[in-house]
Design a protein around this ligand. Structure first.
Ligand SMILES: C[S@@+](CC[C@H](N)C(=O)[O-])C[C@H]1O[C@@H](n2cnc3c(N)ncnc32)[C@H](O)[C@@H]1O
Length: 432
């Protein structure tokens, strides 16, 4: 029968060699395991993905010749074994024995001896081998270069922060509960949580917990959302009665927050119809409503009724480089050409959505990227072309200087990497 280590090796083949994302792979593969093994399986897969490029380098140091390509699952099982010995606090003999034993469900008994020898060598020489790693942070070369160029002083800290799992942060629904009240309820239920400093609605849990264990989750009292993502609705600051567009809405985290902030006429749009279904589920739980449209936001002829919006949130599709700690497979799946393509999508979305904004209205451009090409450079290019746009100052300190907008970098134990720029459409006929 399959077990967590063997399944992790199979999943890594699909991730690394077939380019399938963990978001796609995990829900289906987890089902193959008994409930009690699923947490460990997920830890193995996420951890191996996070450190894959370093672990792969270690396999090359440990083996005289690489494992044949048709036996990739054996290579991945070695990666799984090395990850446990290097990164997890497990009894070493158990980690080693169980990993070698996982050759049985994989029907690769011939590999047991070789794996055993490689893992034992790592036990003996691990410190030295780790010290000699060329790519100890496990980032692809192109991304390392772009981060070094963007943050000459901070790039190593930024990459290290991306290698530490992000905390579980919640947004307390201000329509339903006060943060102090919710924290008291959590404490009464034995859940350790603390108030975040930069937002008055955010709380971080000392340890991640399943959502059904969160007081009031089913009733919409809290939602899972990073503190950086929570800035978006606060910066856009919709007012009662306004017409608001969330242009890239799914799965609806920010749609829900915008609706919690004010009584607004909300349109939630996303190109991905199946992801839009998650917006409906989220709003249902919160007891809130929005008009939902599946369309390419940049194709305004296809979806816009001609009534301009007071406020637009453009939480643009991006490289996700600010949330690598939550989605470590980004390090393995993204390619430089993806970023080239994304910058074109971002420009197109900005230019077209601008046409649907009222004079005097505001558009917040946000991404969970830390690459200036997707952020300040997009806004600089937009401002050059769009003479009726002006950039508003934000009451937020950035973690890195930018000429346009505010750049947050991922903070260990704190918020994700995120970018914000608030634009206002200049009204040519202001009220007298
Ligand atoms: C960063 S995610 C949005 C997260 C969401 N705002 C939230 O807080 O839950 C970006 C979204 O943009 C959507 N998207 C990508 N290209 C789009 C387009 N051309 N028009 C509309 N949505 C698009 C993707 O399907 C994805 O759901």
């Amino acid at each position: 029968m399959i077990n967590s280590r063997a399944l992790a090796a199979q999943t890594l083949v699909q991730l690394v060699d077939q380019g399938r994302s963990l978001a796609d792979l995990l829900p289906a593969t987890r089902e193959q395991l008994p409930e009690e093994e699923r947490g460990f399986y997920q830890q193995l897969v996420y951890g191996c993905a996070r450190h894959y490029l370093s672990l792969d380098e270690l396999t090359r140091k440990l083996l005289n010749k690489p494992i044949a390509h048709k036996e990739r699952v054996v290579h991945m099982l070695l990666v799984v074994g090395l990850y446990q010995l290097w990164q997890l606090d497990l009894p070493e003999h158990a980690a080693l024995y169980e990993t070698v034993d996982a050759t049985k469900p994989l029907k690769k008994p011939w590999a047991a001896k070789m794996l055993n020898a490689a893992l034992r060598r790592f036990q003996r020489e691990g410190d030295e081998l780790i010290d000699g790693l060329q790519n100890a942070a496990g980032y692809p070369g192109w991304l390392t270069r772009q981060l070094r160029q963007a943050y000459p002083e901070q790039w190593q800290d930024v990459m290290a922060a991306g290698n530490v799992q992000g905390p579980m942060t919640l947004r307390v629904n201000r329509r339903k509960a006060d943060r102090a009240e919710w924290l008291a309820r959590a404490e009464a239920e034995g859940l350790e949580a603390f108030a975040c400093e930069l937002t008055d609605s955010a709380v971080t849990l000392a340890q991640p917990a399943p959502v059904f264990a969160l007081p009031g989750f089913a009733d919409g009292d809290v939602s899972v959302q990073d503190e950086a993502a929570q800035q978006c609705a606060l910066l856009l600051a919709p007012q009662n009665g306004e017409r608001v567009l969330d242009a890239c809405a799914a799965p609806g985290g920010k749609t829900g927050h915008l609706l919690e902030c004010a009584d607004i006429d909300m349109t939630a749009l996303d190109v991905d119809e199946s992801r839009l279904q998650r917006v409906a589920e989220n709003l249902d739980r919160l007891g809130l409503n929005a008009r939902q449209i599946a369309a390419d936001a940049a194709d305004i002829n296809a979806w816009w009724d001609g009534n301009a919006f007071d406020r637009i949130l453009l939480d643009a599709p991006c490289s996700g480089t600010g949330v690598i700690r939550r989605h470590p497979d980004i390090k393995l799946l993204r390619r430089p050409k993806d970023v080239d393509f994304l910058t074109q999508v971002q420009d197109r979305l900005l230019a077209q959505l601008w046409r649907t904004l009222k004079p005097g209205g505001r558009l917040l451009y946000a991404t969970c990227s830390i690459l200036p090409r997707e952020n300040s450079e997009r806004i600089a290019a937009f401002l050059q072309k769009q003479s009726d746009a002006r950039l508003l100052p934000l009451a937020l300190a950035g973690d890195a200087p930018t000429e346009f907008g505010v750049q947050w970098l991922p903070q260990p134990g704190g918020h994700d990497g995120f970018y914000f720029a608030l634009l206002e459409k200049i009204d040519p006929t202001p009220a007298a």
